[in-house]
Ligand binder design. Structure first.
Ligand code: SF4
Ligand code: SF4
Length: 284
């Protein structure tokens, strides 16, 4: 069908055909292609928690240093759920990791770069506990990869790009995002506290590690010393634990043991704090 000549709506680069894992699509990207690096000249890349973990490790910086230096915040939905995008080079739309030879962080490039020129859509049917993934092809004018003769299945493309590992490690986080989005207006806007927890557990692993060592974590959750030690040493294990924590704190999906006397401990500490700041205790 031709687009009406009076219609000025920009054409979407998304091919509206849903693909499953064993469906074929035609595409190849390589160093000798005329458009090499074009896609990295103007980026809009949303980062996942595992993207951040890989990139900060690659760059040898802390999670916080990475967040400050390499990301820009945005809201993932109308309720202000925080998302992060990769910051471009100063006064440019280019990726900061782009070099003349190609991607400067290729082995640790983000999920969105691995997927391109495929898009992913995850949905969950009502009353189902399983997400259903489907894929679509993204065809942008500058990308000549679609003219290459190579045909492959979505499954083999994903394997070659190393997307499987990234998706597996981000799965629980995507479930949290999907669930938060599908809560709808009846649940209302999430509290500031839950948005802060979401940010901390999703993106700031250093902050989450510190949070695990606070009294307010300790008075609620019971984590065995050897498990605690493992989480302190292993970033991937800590990230996965943080996703479980989020599911528990936001949706009551309990997988981390809680202390039987958590409520009492919290109340006692609150009373103690109030006592400390009672007006009679304040300097005149
Ligand atoms: S991370 Fe690498 S592949 Fe992704 S946009 Fe930047 S240079 Fe391109
Ligand atoms: S073929 Fe597409 S993805 Fe590959 S370098 Fe060219 S524009 Fe980028």
């Amino acid at each position: 069908m031709n687009q009406d000549s009076s219609d000025t709506t920009p054409l979407s680069p998304i091919t509206p055909v849903k693909l499953d894992l064993d469906d074929n699509f035609q595409f190849a990207c390589h160093k000798d292609i005329a458009c090499f690096n074009k896609c990295c000249q103007s980026i809009d890349i949303q980062l996942t928690p595992y993207d951040i973990l890989r990139l900060k490790t690659r760059l040898g910086v802390s999670a916080r240093e990475f967040l400050f230096g390499h990301t820009v915040p945005f809201e993932m939905d109308g309720h202000g759920v925080p998302g992060l995008k990769l910051r471009t080079k100063d006064e440019s739309t280019q990726c900061p990791f782009l070099t003349e030879e190609g991607c400067g962080v290729y082995e640790d490039r983000p999920t969105a770069c691995r997927y391109y020129a495929l898009g992913l859509m995850s949905m969950r049917k009502k009353d189902s506990s399983v997400d259903e993934d489907s894929y679509f092809v993204v065809k942008e004018d500058h990308c000549l990869g679609h003219k290459e003769p190579q045909v492959q299945t979505v499954r083999s493309y994903r394997q070659n790009q190393g997307v499987d590992t990234y998706d597996e490690l981000n799965r629980e986080w995507r479930q949290v995002v999907l669930k938060k989005r599908s809560c709808g207006p009846t649940i209302g806007k999430p509290s500031d506290r839950s948005l802060q927890l979401f940010f901390l557990a999703s993106y700031d692993l250093d902050g989450f590690r510190e949070f695990m060592n606070t009294l307010s974590f300790d008075e609620v959750y019971e984590v065995a010393p050897e498990e605690r030690e493992r989480l302190q040493q292993d970033d991937v294990a800590l990230m996965r634990f943080a996703f479980r924590f989020l599911k528990q704190a936001l949706f009551g999906e309990n997988t981390i043991p809680e202390r039987a006397d958590a409520k009492e401990r919290r109340l006692a500490r609150r009373k103690e704090r109030l006592g400390e700041t009672a007006p009679s205790d304040q300097p005149a």
